[in-house]
Design a protein. Sequence first.
Length: 165
Amino acid sequence: MDNRIMIRKYRPEDISSMVKIWNEVVEEGIAFPQEDCLTVETGEAFFAEQSYCGVAEDMETGAVLGLYILHPNNIGRCGHICNASYAVFSAYRGKHIGEKLVKDCIEEAGKLGFKILQFNAVVASNVHARHLYERIGFRQLGMIPGGFRLKNGRYEDICPYYIEL
């Protein structure tokens, strides 16, 4: 499957799949801070307002299996720092799609002139994501105790990460 996956800029016809992937992660309640799911209409606006959105497409089937969003992390004097979020359909996790998304995101962030990619709230128990980020070269900035409220109401630590582009 690894060779079949292409990362590309999203197109309007991808929105429905992107909304499904995004909402799956939101509904799991263990990784994204958002609590409200997107509709096709709100998803269209949400993805359009990002600096860049990439999707992982299975070139054999044309199916969108994952996505990322990239945008500034702050404004003005900190506007050179960007932030991103990644999502892969649960049925396709563990197949290195996330790694392809992160590496493409790093490349696109550099093209857009960002100097640093920072993740504000990687949930401590998200060990697969944390290992991936560390393997690629991200550095952990510390830990924020109880910084993320899980869907079940329990609070978990978050680990900010960054990489210089």
